[in-house]
Design a protein around this ligand. Structure first.
Ligand SMILES: Nc1nc2c(ncn2[C@@H]2O[C@H](COP(=O)(O)OP(=O)(O)OP(=O)(O)O)[C@@H](O)[C@H]2O)c(=O)[nH]1
Ligand SMILES: [Mg+2]
Length: 456
């Protein structure tokens, strides 16, 4: 192993910056940068001088973490220097002159993983802590860093290995009719593993939304108040609102947080038979967004009947994902109207409707609440300690393991040789090991760690 170094804080003007080095040459590097001994795990204030010119580089706080009690498990040097454009660069350069090479993205965490300081799920949790933008993902990442998910995977792996051990007798004594372990008990143990994996997989869809944000598309006829609703949900005037139908031509996206959950909110062009080419393209874009939407807010003014085309449009959408937003509810009240009449033809069955006024803010709280409940009801129902599956990689491995255990059950049902059936259990256990990173193919590791920033 060689010694790596990098600036660990973001570039730009700041009070301090942190430059780190890790590897076997750290002790030697410190000798060439600082006068006097630096004790382990005790921050000290020192002048850092350039190892060749002897010029003062900066006055810094130095912390030395001798192996194995460090983030990477190797000798680590952490220098807190002044922030800004120059100091961190000059400090890094001095450390490199003294014998370190530039670190690659995620290389510190990769070393921590290789030295058994973290499993792969914990390394990914660190990535989420750095990249995540919603509190809900942040909380899930903290639980994952605390081995919440790892522990669950450990248990599942142990349960699969236990199934394997139950099969040993059948493999060793294939001619016995009935071994000391009844066949039903082996089946029941495998079925239990399947249902536990499926339980965990139930969190996968929402877990992914925690990272991506639930794609929420605002659609409806021109001039119904879509952009006004978009601005109201954003909390500031993000898009243009006019009384001219056809104002919005393009899809406009904003990431917002509602009750700590992330949403990608999209305003679109009004849906109608288009007069102009630009608007036609806008409507096409709206349709494309709708095809991928997790949630749709279909807008129509309060107090008027939906027209046939609107009903037809709603009919084509998944009722669960759609909310019919009755906009401009203040106008109905101002005109002394009756309780707003949904009119005929009726919205298709099962579509919930809400009255909202972007002007007065009435109904917005209920709409926000509905969005959170529609996209994240499963996560809300979980207790605070429950681990979540938040990455495609996790879901893929879990599904793979489940399918192998199902194949094991199928092979037993078909009375295949027990050692043949058991190969599926081995494959399932391996999928779990890969998930934890106990076994880590190089390309998998390269993929995970390349997502990190340099210095992490
Ligand atoms: N009274 C009242 N007027 C509203 C409300 N929301 C929107 N409007 C008005 O309705 C008109 C259209 O609003 P927009 O938000 O631009 O409507 P849109 O659906 O985005 O329109 P296009 O982009 O042209 O499809 C504007 O004159 C708004 O001021 C509301 O809650 N109450
Ligand atoms: Mg608009």
């Amino acid at each position: 192993m060689d010694t790596i170094a990098a600036i660990s804080t973001a570039p730009g003007r700041s009070a301090i910056a942190v430059v780190r080095a890790s590897g076997p040459d750290v002790a030697g590097i410190m000798t060439s940068l600082f006068k006097g001994q630096v004790q382990g795990r005790k921050p000290v204030l020192r002048w850092l001088t350039h190892p060749e010119s002897g010029d003062a580089v900066d006055r810094v706080l130095v912390t030395y973490y001798p192996a194995p009690h460090s983030y990477t498990g190797e000798d680590v040097l952490e220098v807190s220097c002044h922030g800004g454009a120059l100091s961190p660069q000059l400090v890094l350069e001095a450390i490199q002159t003294a014998g370190a090479r530039p670190a690659e993205p995620g290389e510190f965490t990769r070393r921590a993983y290789l030295n058994g300081k973290l499993d792969l799920l914990q390394a990914e949790a660190i990535l989420d802590l750095v990249d995540g933008r919603s509190l809900a993902l942040h909380r899930a990442a903290l639980r994952q860093l605390d081995r919440g998910l790892s522990q669950r995977i450990d248990e599942l792996r142990a349960a699969i290995v236990h199934c394997e051990s139950l099969c040993v007798y059948e493999i060793d004594f294939p001619d016995e009719d009935e071994g000391p372990i009844p066949a039903e008990r082996i089946d029941a143990a495998a079925e239990d593993v399947v249902s536990r994996i499926e339980h965990l997989l139930e969190t996968a869809v929402e877990g992914e939304l925690l990272r991506e944000g639930a794609l929420t598309v605002i659609a409806g006829r021109p001039n119904v108040g879509k952009s006004s609703l978009f601005n109201a949900l954003c909390g500031f005037e993000r898009v243009i609102v006019t009384d001219q139908p056809g104002t919005t031509r393009d899809a406009i996206e904003a990431v917002i947080t509602l009750s700590d959950f992330p949403f990608r909110l999209v305003d679109t062009a009004g849906l109608r038979e288009p007069p102009g080419a630009v608007e036609r393209i806008g409507i096409e874009v709206a349709r494309r967004y709708l095809a991928g939407a997790d949630l749709v807010l279909f807008c129509a003014e309060a107090g008027r009947a939906l027209d046939a085309e609107e009903v037809q449009f709603l009919d084509r959408l998944d009722a669960q994902a759609v909310t019919l937003v009755r906009t401009k509810a203040d106008q109905v009240e101002a005109s002394g109207g009756q309780p707003p009449d949904e009119g005929t033809p009726r919205a298709p069955l099962g579509i919930e409707s809400l009255h909202v006024s972007a002007l007065t803010g009435a109904g917005l709280a209920a709409l926000r609440d509905r969005l959170v409940r529609s996209a994240f009801s499963g996560t809300l129902a979980l207790d605070a300690e429950a681990p979540l599956v938040t990455r495609k990689r996790h879901a893929r491995q879990l599904r793979g393991a489940r399918d192998e255990v199902l194949a094991f059950l199928e092979a037993r049902a078909q009375k295949l040789a027990p050692e043949v059936a058991a190969t599926h259990l081995r494959a399932a256990a391996q999928a779990m090991e890969e998930l934890l990173g106990v076994i880590g193919p190089d390309d998998l590791l390269a993929h995970v760690f390349s997502q990190f920033c340099i210095g992490k």
